[in-house]
Write a protein that binds this ligand. Structure first.
Ligand SMILES: Cc1cc2nc3c(=O)[nH]c(=O)nc-3n(C[C@H](O)[C@H](O)[C@H](O)COP(=O)(O)OP(=O)(O)OC[C@H]3O[C@@H](n4cnc5c(N)ncnc54)[C@H](O)[C@@H]3O)c2cc1C
Ligand code: FES
Length: 328
């Protein structure tokens, strides 16, 4: 397929204008969802692409949302087979339930409009569209069931939307969404063993992936490393331990940065725990999700440990766009 890019237009804007189903998320260089490999041609950026590590740049990756073409370009893009059903669209949802999963994580369950099943791949995320035109991104925490969406919201100090949900949201509130977004989903055309590293509510997309994958893919080995400060941050630890007991292909390593007294598990940075278990990552497929600092540290360390950039996928839980003053 080919498409034309106007002068000054980003590659992503040009593709979307011509109705191509391209992967994207933040549109501001932060999330890496629009990462594709450039196999020929040259692009220019307004500033260094924030989501890309040097190793990804060296491997030929560009961010379509920032890149402007300097010549004809040839791009290599992973497209899921269900591409046409996965175009992002706007739709309303009704809040079904809200409960605390831990001292600072809310589980929100949303009901989709009847007869309007939203298609998405486990791991993808949605944007909540706020009344003032702002957006908030949250990963979908359940595998598709045609009726409900589950979200895990961390209530950060000063966080506007999650605080509103906690303190002020009316029962049965209607929330407007745009979904599905992002390119964080399990590559089914690969048979490599999967390592997933999640930090805090980065468990949310991992949960959707695992709920979908574990019951139907007994041959694909998966090891989840879930990091938190203390045990209370691993807010569904018991459920994940139950999966590890039920599915022989699945292993689970919880990792605490500030272990509680008596903790017998892994301690320290979660990416270092993963590297202790897998010092060489060639031959693996790695999925990272959670706080930006954790994703950046993991990307750097894993590529240095021999991971092929083509088998590295991530969702960096950046703050909403207006908290990025340097890019505004
Ligand atoms: C693809 C993607 C998926 C995500 N999935 C999830 C998820 O599943 N669960 C989840 O909990 N989060 C997720 N996030 C992160 C979430 O979207 C952001 O943290 C979002 O900002 C939360 O909205 P809020 O209104 O609650 O907090 P906000 O009002 O946006 O504030 C968030 C944090 O930013 C700080 N902040 C505010 N303004 C500034 C500023 N100017 N400079 C520096 N810091 C500032 C606040 O103090 C607070 O700690 C995801 C993000 C992305 C990009
Ligand atoms: S859409 Fe390009 S980095 Fe987020």
């Amino acid at each position: 397929m080919s498409f034309a890019v106007e002068d000054g237009e980003t590659v992503l804007a040009a593709g979307l204008r011509q109705h191509l189903a391209l992967p994207f998320g933040c549109q501001s260089g932060g999330c890496g969802s629009c990462r594709v490999r450039l196999t020929a041609g040259a692009v220019a950026y307004p500033f260094a692409p924030p989501a890309l590590s040097q190793a990804e740049i060296d491997a030929g990756y560009i961010l379509m949302c920032l890149a402007r073409s300097q010549s004809d370009l040839t791009l290599e893009l992973h497209q899921p087979p269900q591409l046409d059903e996965l175009r992002p669209r706007k739709l309303p949802s009704r809040v079904l339930s809200k409960r605390m999963l831990s001292h600072d994580v809310i589980e929100l369950r949303l009901k989709l409009p009847k007869g309007d099943a939203l298609r998405y791949l486990p791991g993808q995320y949605l944007d909540i569209l706020l009344d003032d035109g702002r957006r908030r991104s949250f990963s979908i925490a359940n595998a598709p069931n045609g009726e409900t969406l589950e979200l895990h919201l961390r209530v950060a100090p000063g966080g506007k939307f999650a605080r509103w949900v906690l303190d002020e949201m009316p029962d049965k509130a209607i929330l407007r969404l745009e979904a599905p977004l992002g390119a964080f989903y399990i590559r089914e055309d690969s048979s490599r063993p999967i390592l997933i590293m999640a930090g805090g509510t980065g468990f949310s997309p991992a949960k959707a992936m695992l709920e979908d994958l574990l019951p139907r893919a007994a041959q694909r080995r998966v090891h989840l490393f879930w990091g938190g400060r203390a045990q209370a941050d691993l807010y569904l630890d018991a459920e994940v331990r139950a999966w590890a007991a039920r599915y022989p292909q699945f292993r689970y390593s919880p990792v605490l940065a500030e272990p509680d007294a008596g903790w017998a598990g892994e301690a320290g940075f979660v990416h270092e725990a993963l590297l202790r278990a897998y010092p060489s990552l060639s031959g693996y497929e790695v999925y990272l999700c959670g706080p930006p600092a954790m994703v950046q540290a993991g990307k750097r360390a894993f590529l240095a440990a021999g991971l092929d950039a083509d088998h590295l996928f991530y969702d960096s839980f950046d703050y909403a766009f207006e908290t990025w003053p340097q890019l505004g």
